[in-house]
Design a protein around this ligand. Sequence first.
Ligand code: ADP
Ligand code: MG
Length: 253
Amino acid sequence: MNMTVQPISNQVVLHVEDLTVSFDGFKAVDKLNLYIDRNELRVIIGPNGAGKTTLLDLICGRTRATDGLIRFKGRELTKMPEHQIVRAGVGRKFQTPSIYENLTVFENLEISYPGGRSVFGALTFTRTRAVTDRVQQIAEQILLADRLQECAEFLSHGQKQRLEIGMLLMQEPELLMLDEPVAGMSVPERRQTAELLRQICKGRSVIVIEHDMEFVRSIAHKVTVMHQGKVLAEGPMDQVQADPHVIEVYLGH
Ligand code: ADP
Ligand code: MG
């Protein structure tokens, strides 16, 4: 069994310790420890059913832990409701894009601005310079600056995925978690997303769950391999790929 690599403690923003969730006696996450630094892009890999998505569900408060703790910037998240975890700076992207198909790219980004217009409260909203500047800045980052007035339903799959990342960025999360962000994307779209992820981990922490090894190699600072709810191996990509346990349970298939 590999030793878990622990970054220097003063840089760690997310501490996950002995985290466990039991579904009718089945431990989907089992005494898991994970430490993520600021500015770090961590990729989590592992076979189907390893508990990767459940781990993100636990961090964002969608699923409640049976045991253990999750501390983000010194605050304990395990008892907080989901919306409070969002306000604490945690953003989460699910596997399927959840954008508003009938709104424009601009409007999708605009409604994601914290305290900005809600889909229901259009009349009370004043479109401030701060919002439009931020929309423009994010649109450039996600390579959709030339599509701002386009209805979101006409975007390609890759563009929709990037738009959703942009909607999360509007909230300036300090921890961004993305579940299989390049599933179904073409090779050029994967490259664009890899470049975007390399940029957006600056000044925050990013956790990505991914299967595509070429993509993982192109973005990961460190890789955590999960198996049966536990950490099987952790470290730089080369080290993890050469690990006999990892080859046996995951990469060998
Ligand atoms: P991964 O994302 O690594 O493929 P998941 O986290 O989705 O794995 O699932 C881990 C295991 O936990 C699976 O066996 C899954 O069936 C089980 N599981 C996930 N959520 C629940 C739930 N709400 N109730 C019961 N079992 C669940
Ligand atoms: Mg999953």
